[in-house]
Write a protein that binds this ligand. Structure first.
Ligand SMILES: Cc1cc2nc3c(=O)[nH]c(=O)nc-3n(C[C@H](O)[C@H](O)[C@H](O)COP(=O)(O)O)c2cc1C
Length: 340
């Protein structure tokens, strides 16, 4: 078998200063990629960890909820944030404030969110239906954030009648973006069907800036083929790493030319889940119940390989304290590992 192109790939340039290696990015995920999870994924080998999306309007209006989302660890580097909005002035101003007040190193523009609350207002994936305005938005962000690099993350389009990814590529390229990341689905599809990597390939052939492919990467072993077929310069990992930051370890190994390590043991999974919870508790120190509420959902992802998912979900839904969670961890550890 011919060696994969992956073996000879170079670090991804993110502006003149930053080099991303491996070229594997933790996708922005609302409610998930706050500082605790970014920290874990970076430690596991992700090349870049992007914050969840934040509203440019919320930044400008000094909205407390929005500013709570933009917390970075003191050691965190690079500081990468995703913003959304469709008002060029507000997006530019928000980018400037994030650069000046938080020292962010990278700004990603969200042109992919499929949630109707945003798309109804012409934001997220719908922003690109107005090519003139979305170009203005990107130009304003690039200008205002100078010298901080800007990227775009988008979908194929709103639906099959409104395909926008090639236009997005032109806008990114002509506005001076460092790269464009494409999730190979339309907004209408949400997460249904399969991500169209052939469209990611089409974008790669159409633009000269780096293209990152996104969609349905659940195992490191699937990545060499996706890279070879599409010619992308890097990949973005979303759902595949939920409860499974080992995916970044596995990808880092592949990019280093090493074999994929064996999957984690049950006690390793519990150790990382526990650490994630403790980091959330520190992160939400001002509102201790928040970590518990978040972990009711996040915990299920860690246990997804354990079998008995319905029972685990039921148990996690009822946790009220760190003690309740610890009792569940002890139970997971005591149960025999599933066969195979
Ligand atoms: C819980 C969740 C939250 C998400 N939040 C965002 C977001 O804030 N910004 C964004 O651009 N995409 C968001 N996405 C989309 C992902 O970044 C990614 O594009 C999508 O999940 C497809 O990649 P995957 O197949 O690897 O999951 C979110 C996805 C999930 C599952």
């Amino acid at each position: 078998m011919a060696p994969s192109r992956l073996a000879s790939m170079a670090p991804l340039a993110l502006g003149p200063r930053l080099r991303i290696w491996p070229p594997v990015v933790l996708a922005p995920m609302a409610g998930v990629t706050n500082y605790p999870y970014r920290k874990i994924c970076c430690e596991f080998g992700a090349g870049l960890c992007v914050s969840e999306m934040v509203s440019s309007r919320g930044i400008l209006d000094s909205h407390r909820g929005t500013w709570r989302l933009v917390h970075f660890g003191s050691e965190e580097s690079p500081r990468s944030i995703q913003i959304f909005g469709n008002d060029a002035r507000a997006m530019g101003e928000a980018a400037r404030r994030l650069r000046d007040e938080l020292g962010v190193d990278h700004i990603d523009v969200n042109f992919g969110c499929p949630v109707p609350k945003l798309t109804r207002k012409g934001m997220g994936a719908a922003a690109l239906c107005d090519a003139v305005n979305s170009r203005r938005v990107v130009e304003a962000v690039v200008r205002a954030s100078e010298p901080v690099p800007v990227t775009i993350k988008t979908r194929v389009g709103m639906d099959e009648d409104r395909i926008t990814f090639l236009e997005a590529g032109r806008i990114a390229e002509e506005s001076g973006c460092a790269w464009i990341a494409l999730h190979g689905r339309t907004a209408r599809q949400k997460y249904g069907g399969r991500a169209r990597w052939d469209r990611i390939c089409e974008l790669k052939e159409a633009v000269s800036i780096p293209v990152l492919g996104n969609g349905d990467i659940f195992r490191a072993e699937d990545v060499p083929e996706k890279i070879d077929e599409s010619g992308v310069d890097g990949v973005v990992i979303g759902r595949g790493c939920l409860g499974n930051p080992w995916l970044f370890r596995d990808l880092a190994a592949l990019f280093a030319g090493d074999p994929v390590p064996p999957p984690p043991s049950r006690s390793e999974v519990v150790d990382v889940a526990r650490r994630h919870f403790l980091l959330l508790r520190e992160h939400f120190a001002g509102s201790p119940r928040e970590a518990i509420l978040r972990f009711r959902k996040l915990g299920c992802w860690y246990a997804s390989g354990f079998g008995g998912a319905a029972e685990i979900r039921r148990q996690l839904q009822r946790i009220e304290s760190a003690g309740d969670l610890e009792a569940i961890f002890e139970q997971w550890l005591a149960e025999p590992a599933p066969e195979g």
